[in-house]
Design a protein around this ligand. Structure first.
Ligand SMILES: Cc1cc2nc3c(=O)[nH]c(=O)nc-3n(C[C@H](O)[C@H](O)[C@H](O)COP(=O)(O)OP(=O)(O)OC[C@H]3O[C@@H](n4cnc5c(N)ncnc54)[C@H](O)[C@@H]3O)c2cc1C
Length: 391
């Protein structure tokens, strides 16, 4: 069978569906093609945060502000609550060195417009009474919010469908050519052919493989994250929680941070977030193990052990599920968003690493704007895929 569209989006995770939704809203006839089932990629095996506090002043933080506003408007537009919540977040500080680095970081974020502060132990325990005694202070931002990624993806698909978007699953893309008209011809596993003048590569961690089909250099590597899910329990404390340790290693490569073996070998850092289903999502690891998305006993054990050092109250809570997703990571921690030079009509929207849920709406909106040839937004030059064209 041969199918024709205005735009073919390869990858139907949260980024591909957001691109498809915003493109179809702009009047484009869009097909989304995915090799797996619904939410089979990272978007179905992740936390749910629109997290501000992890971000340095710069493009990722600026776009998170914009994405949050878009999420608020999507609540009405997608006719769904999207599991949206605004519990705020705290980054837990364990020693003086972390405190000094976090104070400096918070000052930078504040000067960039983020509503965040460092709070003392008393104020911290008021918000989170069950924290371990060794934690000396924390940050607090009421901006940190969350959504249910599954609801967001379903919402994009449903509303996009009402604009004519079609999603084809379990039929991966195996080849891309150009035909005489200049259009792209995309071939899938079952031999079907899809033709369009524009292709959007939104294949997440697999975007490099799609890039190779047209000769584009896309240095995205899979970074595995394992998380566990608890049974449904009453809310513990007012906010979501992260440990400062990992953030500190990213902020200051010049300081020696005291990491234990699990933190060193698995890139383990603590995140505890309450999901819209009244469970807690707890993680996570950051591992370079190729495209292996299995969970491991060692990973699960390490997450549990670490969690109890921060929140001993969870000792008697059952975990009911473990999962692993592959974060699409880039060498500079920024996504690739834009058209590839010399490959006219071929765009990439991938490489969001740990921020794809937060940045999905703004990514889709900006991508649609680029495809529709709106005036160029030069802020986005630093996200251009062409920064990796000549490594
Ligand atoms: C443990 C963990 C915690 C996280 N927590 C957060 C968080 O709190 N907040 C946040 O913002 N982000 C978080 N992330 C990151 C977020 O999950 C990702 O950035 C986001 O899901 C990436 O979305 P995507 O659509 O680009 O990729 P994916 O969801 O992986 O989608 C890519 C799709 O491409 C498809 N595909 C692959 N090859 C082909 C092919 N040949 N043909 C067709 N289709 C193909 C796949 O089947 C897949 O569905 C977390 C990630 C992990 C792993």
């Amino acid at each position: 069978m041969t199918y024709a569209a205005d735009v073919l989006v390869i990858g139907g995770g949260i980024i591909g569906l957001s691109c498809g939704f915003y493109l179809s809203k702009r009047g484009k006839r869009v097909f989304v093609l995915d090799s797996g089932g619904f939410a089979d990629g990272a978007s179905g095996a992740c936390d749910d945060m629109i997290l501000f506090q992890s971000k340095k002043p710069g493009i990722n933080l600026a776009l998170t502000f914009e994405s949050l506003e878009l999420y608020k408007s999507l609540l009405t537009e997608l006719d769904d609550d999207l599991g949206f919540a605004n519990m705020g977040g705290m980054v837990l500080i364990e020693n003086q060195q972390e405190l000094e680095i976090m104070e400096e970081f918070v000052a930078q974020q504040r000067s960039y417009g983020l509503d965040v502060e460092v709070i003392d132990k008393r104020a911290m325990l008021k918000k989170q009474p069950f924290l371990s005694d060794h934690i000396i202070a924390s940050t607090y931002s009421k901006m940190d919010s969350q959504v249910d990624p599954f609801s967001v993806m379903r919402g994009f698909e449903r509303k996009g469908g009402s604009y004519g978007m079609k999603v084809f699953r379990r039929n991966g893309v195996v080849g891309i050519d150009r035909i005489g008209t200049g259009d792209y011809q995309v071939v899938t596993e079952d031999g079907s052919i899809y033709q369009a003048p524009i292709v959007v590569n939104a294949a997440g961690t697999w975007a490099g493989q799609i890039g190779e089909m047209v000769g584009a250099t896309i240095p995205i590597k899979p970074k595995r994250g394992q998380i566990i899910v608890t049974e449904r329990i009453p809310q513990i404390g007012d906010t979501n929680l992260w440990s400062a340790k990992y953030l500190v290693t990213k902020l200051r490569s010049d300081v020696v941070v005291d990491l234990n073996e699990d933190e060193r070998s698995m890139g383990l850092s603590m995140a505890i977030t309450r999901s819209s289903g009244d469970t807690y999502l707890i993680g996570s690891t950051r591992e370079f193990v190729g495209f292996d998305k299995n969970t491991t006993i060692a990973g699960i054990r390490a997450i549990i052990k670490q969690t109890l050092t921060y929140l001993p109250k969870l000792r008697d809570v059952n975990f009911i599920r473990a999962m692993a997703g592959l974060r699409p990571s880039t060498p500079d921690g920024r996504m690739l968003l834009g058209e590839h030079a010399g490959i006219e009509g071929f765009f990439t929207a991938a490489g969001h690493e740990g921020d794809g849920i937060a940045l999905a709406p703004i990514t889709g909106k900006l991508l649609a704007s680029m495809v529709c040839r709106d005036p160029v937004d030069h802020r986005l030059d630093e996200l251009s895929p062409n920064r990796f064209a000549n490594p």
